[in-house]
Design a protein around this ligand. Structure first.
Ligand code: ADP
Ligand code: MG
Length: 645
């Protein structure tokens, strides 16, 4: 007799549960996605004990008739796709028909549901995959699913759950994500003791950010919006014999990107504040992450991360969502195109905004390791600044640490009060691009003013021969002379390097530098580019190089240090070196070593020259390593500080 047999449905469900249901947050993700797929405009989530004891999702979506409610718990039962071709064009968040049976196999589930056009609803009681009760019941339209005692019948998995607070933070992070993706919908999250998030519908993503995270976060963000027409490359089509008479070949369509990215002065020590949505599906994607890192190259130091909320929208055929059991990864059909589009759009938005860091902000907003976005804090600021109509409500002090893909959120009961934000206030804080803005990027009046402001600066002196004080009608500016010059040189070097090989200055005697094996390997890789920048050095013996010329403007005493720093930097690089990276790093390094040092007295004309040159740069707000160049103390802030307003 053969040894192979088919697994029972019950066992198969448990296996699937192993993939789909990892922790309370993965249950909630599936339930939320079902509610959104059901067209709900109100979603209320109730959790207890970090979701281990209870997760309930109540929605006002389409609901289910009795037969569907029963079918929904069968394996591979779905209303969302019919055949394999539909897999190429998925427009719902779910499609695998695996979530409900998987969840029901490892928990106690009560489903209450009523389709709007039915007189009554259905109540279903399931435990460990077995249906215990099916009843008719008088219910409001929509669906409520209660998931109790997760993993009650799989103690081994239960053991792997983290502390309640950790699981709760994942749950809160998830609801926050979906609330951000759907500003037009009402979301609520309640723990056993209090309301953690109450977000009534608002008109735009920026208003939702304001609602959830507060004004401070919103002020630190720059809007991104751009669109490209997709090329018609190899769009999958049904074979000719399966095409209807009125078949029309698919149109390539557009790819659209919108959302927000943080200004350079915002620095996070991890990626937890980067949210990427593809067709409104929250995803984790290395390709897009990489594109964002590239966009911030030389704006942020490589060890810190921005706050990013990006929505990528593209035709369903362009993205395969069927590559991961819990659908958090996707595969783009035209990867390079998506990558470059994201990188260029984000970069362009950052360049356009060119925000000069606010003096006061710079002092208070230090990089913060753990915190991502902290709504509670932001909201307190908002309440003071705007004198909202709704009175400020008490802020709960429970602080949730969002680990993994999450964010730090301060639990807050005051959120509901912000439904009353008057519309004009929102407009003042940020100009949000219209929906169909084509290639035009969002214009921020504030930042345009900054650009002009920089050009009209008059230097008045130096603080400790290191920081230039300058004034104009906008206020007082403090410029770090070293990083300002560094930025000017950096852009000049890159520009000139594009045009011709740079002549270096000859050393009096060749400088002999010893290299470790690792440094030698890097040296071999970048030697051509070094030479193009006026850095002529040859291998000399097994482990030494002889430097004959160095880039103009660099003190010969600095040459060895600069070379070794560069080699070490490249050695620490995890990813393969590409020419672009090598070029900018070398330029940044030369700029840093050739720039005016701090503790150097400058004449008036020299200061004027520096400010003029800085104003002409593409990115005057941060040095090539990402440090701020200019601090601003606006007239308004000065007046405020003197209590004149
Ligand atoms: P999938 O979402 O992949 O289709 P699920 O197991 O999550 O699979 O759900 C099975 C089916 O149950 C869905 O296709 C849908 O028709 C129905 N369903 C689930 N949740 C809801 C809900 N909240 N409202 C209405 N219908 C739902
Ligand atoms: Mg589903």
């Amino acid at each position: 007799m053969g040894r192979i047999h088919l697994l029972s449905e019950h066992v198969a469900n448990k296996i699937a549960a192993g993939e789909v249901v990892e922790r309370p947050a993965s249950v909630l993700k599936e339930l939320l996605e079902n509610s959104l797929d059901a067209g709900a405009t109100r979603v209320k989530v109730q959790v207890e004990a970090g979701g281990k004891k209870l997760i309930q999702v109540i929605d006002n979506g389409c609901g289910m008739v009795r037969d569907d409610a029963l079918l929904a718990f069968e394996r591979h039962a779905t209303s969302k796709i019919k055949d394999a071709e539909d897999l190429l064009n998925i427009h719902t968040l779910g499609f695998r028909g695996e979530a409900l049976p998987s969840i029901a196999s490892v928990a106690r589930v009560v489903l209450e549901t009523r389709a709007a056009d039915e007189p009554g609803g259905t109540l279903l009681d399931i435990a460990g995959g077995k249906i215990l009760r099916v009843e008719e019941a008088g219910l409001p339209p929509g669906t409520s699913i209660i998931v109790r005692d997760l993993f009650f019948n799989t103690p081994a998995r239960k053991k792997f759950l983290k502390a309640e607070s950790t699981e709760l933070s994942h749950l809160a992070s998830l609801v926050t994500h979906y609330a951000l993706a759907h500003p037009e919908k009402h979301f609520e999250l309640h723990s056993a003791t209090h309301a953690m998030l109450v977000a009534p519908p608002v008109a735009s993503h920026s208003e939702r950010i304001y609602q959830v995270f507060g004004r401070e976060t919103l002020d630190q963000l720059v809007a991104v919006a751009s669109t490209v027409k997709l090329e018609r490359v190899g769009i999958p089509e049904p074979p000719p014999w399966r095409r209807d008479e009125d078949y029309e070949p698919p149109v390539p369509g557009d790819m659209r990107l919108h959302g927000f990215v943080s200004k350079p002065e915002v620095q996070k020590l991890n990626r937890n504040s980067i949210f990427i949505f593809v067709n409104n599906r929250l995803i984790r994607d290395r390709l897009v992450q990489h594109a964002i890192t590239e966009a911030y190259r030389n704006i942020l130091p490589p060890t810190v991360f921005p706050v990013v909320l990006l929505f990528i929208e593209l035709p369903n055929v362009e993205v395969d969502v069927n590559v991961h059991p819990s659908k958090i990864e996707v595969r783009f059909r035209q990867q390079a195109m998506v990558h470059d589009f994201v990188r260029d759009s984000v970069r362009a938005a950052l360049m356009k905004a060119r925000p000069v860091p606010q003096f006061t902000r710079e002092i208070t907003a230090q990089p913060n390791a753990a915190a991502g976005l902290s709504p509670g804090a932001g909201m307190r600021v908002a309440a003071n600044d705007f004198a909202l109509q709704a009175p400020p409500q008490p802020v709960m002090s429970e602080r949730l640490q969002f680990t993994g893909g999450g964010i730090a959120v301060e639990a807050n009961t005051a959120v509901s009060g912000f439904g009353a934000i008057p519309a004009p206030v929102m407009q003042k804080t940020l100009v949000v691009p219209a929906g169909d803005c084509g290639n035009v990027l969002a214009e921020e009046p504030q930042s345009v003013a900054d650009e002009l402001a920089l050009a009209s600066l008059k230097p008045v002196g130096q603080v400790r021969d290191s920081f230039i004080l300058a004034v104009n009608a906008d206020g007082l500016f403090i410029i770090d002379q070293h990083v300002a010059h560094e930025r000017v040189l950096f852009e000049k070097i890159l520009r000139e390097r594009d045009q011709a090989v740079q002549e270096g200055q000859r050393m009096l005697m060749p400088l002999i530098v010893e290299l470790t094996p690792g440094q030698q390997a890097v040296f071999a890789e970048i030697t051509g580019e070094l030479r193009r920048n006026g850095f002529e050095a040859d291998l000399f013996g097994a482990k030494t190089v002889a430097v004959k010329t160095a880039p103009a403007g660099i003190d010969s005493a600095q040459v060895e240090r600069m070379l070794l720093e560069l080699l070490d930097q490249f050695q620490q690089e995890e990813q393969a070196l590409n020419l672009e990276k090598v070029r900018t790093r070398i330029a940044a390094s030369i700029a840093c070593h050739a720039a005016i040092k701090i503790n150097t007295p400058l004449e008036q004309t020299k200061m004027e020259w520096l400010l003029r040159e800085l104003a002409k740069t593409e990115c005057p707000m941060s040095c090539p390593h990402g440090r701020p160049v200019v601090l601003r103390y606006s007239v308004k802030e000065i007046q405020k500080a003197f209590k004149r307003i």
